[in-house]
Each structure stands twice: as structure tokens, then as C-alpha cells.
Design a protein around this ligand. Structure first.
Ligand code: XUL
Ligand code: CO
Length: 440
């Protein structure tokens, strides 16, 4: 099979002083950090859609990138070429996982039967390549947002026919995920929301979404899917308001409908900022609820109110992210999926590789920094000390849920005086983080 990215060599770790654009400066796959190789902490994944399908078109302009890989777009030959390109890219970058939507991997046919046949055919080929190249599927998903039939949503649609079509697509995507040993299955509710409450029955729609997820879990478990289901929260875009607004909202939804044992959360950095949260906030909310599943690694632009899906370069953000991941005990089935695309004017294959190198190095640095912050211990010690007044007998009683309001009031009345709590010392802590992250 002929090489597609001829100008790009195998990318290797060369260290911080390398000036080779096709080398990792920080990502050293086998380097041990807190007892585990970097690659096992980070579990990088390639997103099929942005990497192999996205051609740079936007609301105002046509494609700027060639993703034909030498075949005519919209043909099965093209679908095969995308597989070849994807595996070459993963090999050259040392990426072991990938993620896909059903619609990413084959052109849609006129009938469902033919589309499904094409999906079977291409996943035979993908499976063969996975075995040969030692790659794994981090998660699969069904695209329930691009087709016009989903304009009012999939699980939240007002049309029972559309709802059944969505069910059929989920069924097939689950079967494909199981066929190639996927570790996860994502629900991103791109159209599960509303444009106007004046035409919307919110309760009805949310119950239907939950039923669809319940049916997916039942079927998935029946056909041998042992991985995690994920909700990927997003506040808005394309809909004005999306039901899976943020991590807290999604967890409340999962618990309300009894789905929280099968689902975890797939947190995307840019979605966090669209919800008005930091990435770290979303990770923390998931972690403290035991729901931190997987991550869509990208970065938004805070000056823009939409989903720019940039390759991450903000090392403060990647450090905070990896700190949360390490503190939560690392990934189990999840990983870091680059749900990221090169900017429209960065339109060459070379830009594509360099973008991945940027993202992988940024997360490698984040991991190194996070481990250093944990090993240094000052931050953790400070936080522990900050709450130490609750180590008293009364404090412990409160934490164990054994105290009453009356006894606390009585204690308070007897206490000599209540003083202002100790300083939060935020600036000091930030200077510790700078000191650990940025060596002069
Ligand atoms: C859209 C988005 C999706 C999901 C999968 O913002 O993040 O690509 O990750 O459907
Ligand atoms: Co995403």
C-alpha cells in the first residue's frame, strides 16, 4: 500500500531542545510518570471526523483542505483511503486509539440496508487494520445530528418515525462498536435541545431521550458491550439550548432516569467553556461523582462564543486537566480524544501532523507538571490544612451526618468568639504552580 503522507516521517521524541517540527519535545511515550508510561496515562485518540473528513469549510466559505487521499469523495474507494490515511497517521504519531461516528466511515446510501452493508464492509477492513497495527477503538457513536431528519432532535424529536430511525442507527453503531472491540459509546446530544420553549414539551423530550438511552444500554449489554456509555455535555451549538448542558446537569439527568450505573461523562474542554465553566471545573464535578469517563481534548477561544475545537496548546489547562485525571486515579476505559481540527488556513497535511504534535506535547507537559505538583505536595497539604477545623469531634460529627442543628447552635452560643477564617492564599498557591511548571 502506498504512503499517503509522504512528506511526514515517523514522529519520535527528541527532547525539549529539538528544532525538528516533526519531533515530540515532551511526549516520550515510554517515560515513566508516577509509576506508569506516559502513553498509558494519556491514551491519545484520533477523531475520525476532524482528521479524515473535515475539509475546512465554514458557514462563509468552501473547503480549503484536500481530504480525498487520491479517491473520489463520496465513494467506497474514498472510505477505504480514509482508513489507510487514518492508520498511517496514527502509526506515524504513535497514537493507539481512535473514535468515529457511523457517518464518518462510509458515504450514506439510498437505503438503510445498503448503508448498513457498507458499514459492515468497512469495519471488516478497519478490524483487519486494527489487528495489524495494534490500534483500539476508544469509542464509537452514531451521528444523530447532521441529517435534516434530525432537525428537531433524535431522542427529543416530535416525530416517532425519526425516533425509530435514531434507534436503528444507534443499534447498528453499537453492533459495530462491539464488533471491533470498542471501549466506549458516546451520546452527544447535538440536536437534543430546543430553539423555543413555546413549541417544546421539555419533560416529554427528556423522558424520550432517557428511554432511548435505556434501550441502548439494554441492547448493548445483551450483545456483549462491556465498556462505558458516555454522555458528552455541551451547553449550546447547534441548538440554542441543549439538555446535556454541563456535567452537573448530565449527572442529574442520568441519576433521575437510573442510567448512572452504565454511563459516565465524556468531557470536552471547549464544551466546558461554552457552559461558562473552566475545563477543570467540569472534570472535578465528574470526578467527585465517580463519573469521570473520557475526555475530548481540545481548546476553545475565550474571545469567541462558539466551538472552535482547536488543538490544545494552553499548558495551564492541560496541567489542570491531568491533575484532575491523576487525582481521580487515571482513565479506565477512557482516554484523550483529539476532538480538534486544524484552523481553516492551516490546510496542508503537514499542518495536520504538527497540530497533533502540538496537542500531544501540550498534554505530555500537562502530565509532567501535574505529577510534579502532586509529588511536591504543597497544594494538597494546603487544601487538607484548610479544612482541618473539621477534624474536631464536632466537625467529624457534621461530616458523618450525625449532628443536629440544635447542638450546633448551642456550641455556637457557647464559643468565645467566631473569627474570620484563615486566608485562602490563592496567589501563593498560584505562585507555587508557576514555580513548579515554569523553570527559569
Ligand atoms: C461536537 C462534538 C462531537 C462529539 C461526538 O461538538 O464534540 O464531535 O464529540 O459526536
Ligand atoms: Co466532542
Amino acid at each position: 500500500m502506498s504512503e499517503i503522507f509522504k512528506n511526514v516521517p515517523k514522529v519520535r521524541y527528541e527532547g525539549q531542545n529539538s528544532t525538528n517540527p516533526y519531533a515530540f519535545k515532551f511526549y516520550d511515550a515510554e517515560r515513566i510518570i508516577m509509576g506508569k508510561p506516559m502513553k498509558e496515562h494519556l491514551r491519545f485518540a484520533m477523531a475520525w471526523w476532524h482528521t479524515l473528513c473535515f475539509t475546512g469549510s465554514d458557514m462563509f466559505g468552501s473547503p480549503t483542505m484536500d481530504k480525498s487521499f487520491g479517491a473520489e469523495c463520496g465513494t467506497m474507494e474514498h472510505a477505504y483511503k480514509k482508513v489507510d490515511a487514518g492508520f498511517e497517521l496514527m502509526d506515524k504519531l504513535g497514537i493507539e486509539y481512535f473514535c468515529f461516528h457511523d457517518a464518518d466511515i462510509v458515504p450514506q446510501a439510498d437505503t438503510i440496508a445498503e448503508t448498513n452493508r457498507r458499514l459492515d464492509e468497512i469495519t471488516d477492513y478497519i478490524k483487519e487494520k486494527m489487528e495489524k497495527h495494534n490500534k483500539k477503538l476508544l469509542w464509537g457513536t452514531a451521528n444523530l445530528f447532521s441529517s435534516p431528519i434530525y432537525m428537531n432532535g433524535a431522542g427529543s424529536t416530535n416525530s416517532v418515525d425519526v425516533y425509530c430511525r435514531a434507534a436503528g442507527q444507534i443499534k447498528k453503531a453499537l453492533e459495530l462498536t462491539v464488533k471491533i472491540g470498542g471501549l466506549g459509546f458516546v451520546f452527544w446530544g447535538g440536536r437534543e435541545g430546543y430553539e423555543s420553549l413555546w413549541n417544546t414539551d421539555m419533560k416529554f423530550e427528556q423522558e424520550n431521550i432517557a428511554s432511548l438511552m435505556r434501550m441502548a444500554v439494554d441492547y448493548g449489554r445483551r450483545i456483549g458491550f462491556r465498556g462505558d456509555f458516555y454522555i458528552e455535555p455541551k451547553a449550546k451549538e447547534p441548538m440554542k439550548h441543549q439538555y446535556d448542558f454541563d456535567v452537573a446537569t448530565s449527572i442529574a439527568f442520568l441519576r433521575r432516569y437510573g442510567l448512572d450505573k452504565d454511563f459516565k461523562i465524556n468531557i470536552e474542554a471547549n464544551h466546558a467553556t461554552l457552559a461558562g465553566h473552566t475545563f477543570q471545573h467540569e472534570l472535578r464535578v465528574a470526578a467527585i461523582n465517580g463519573m469521570l469517563g473520557s475526555i475530548d481534548a481540545n481548546q476553545g477561544d475565550l474571545l469567541l462564543g462558539w466551538d472552535t475545537d482547536e488543538f490544545p496548546y494552553n499548558v495551564y489547562e492541560t496541567t489542570a486537566c491531568m491533575y484532575e485525571v491523576l487525582k481521580a486515579g487515571g482513565f479506565k476505559n477512557g482516554g484523550l480524544n483529539f476532538d480538534a481540527k486544524t484552523r481553516r488556513p492551516s490546510n496542508t497535511y503537514e499542518d495536520l501532523f504538527i497540530s497533533f504534535i502540538l496537542g500531544m506535547d501540550s498534554f505530555a507537559l500537562g502530565l509532567i507538571n501535574a505529577a510534579r505538583i502532586i509529588e511536591d505536595g504543597r497544594i494538597d497539604a494546603f487544601v487538607k490544612e484548610r479544612y482541618s477545623s473539621f477534624e474536631s469531634e464536632l466537625g467529624r460529627k457534621i461530616r458523618e451526618g450525625k449532628a443536629t442543628l440544635e447542638e450546633l447552635a448551642e456550641y455556637s452560643e457557647k464559643a468565645v468568639s467566631v473569627t474570620v477564617p484563615d486566608s485562602g492564599r490563592q496567589e501563593y498557591l498560584l505562585s507555587v504552580i508557576n514555580q513548579l511548571m515554569l523553570k527559569g
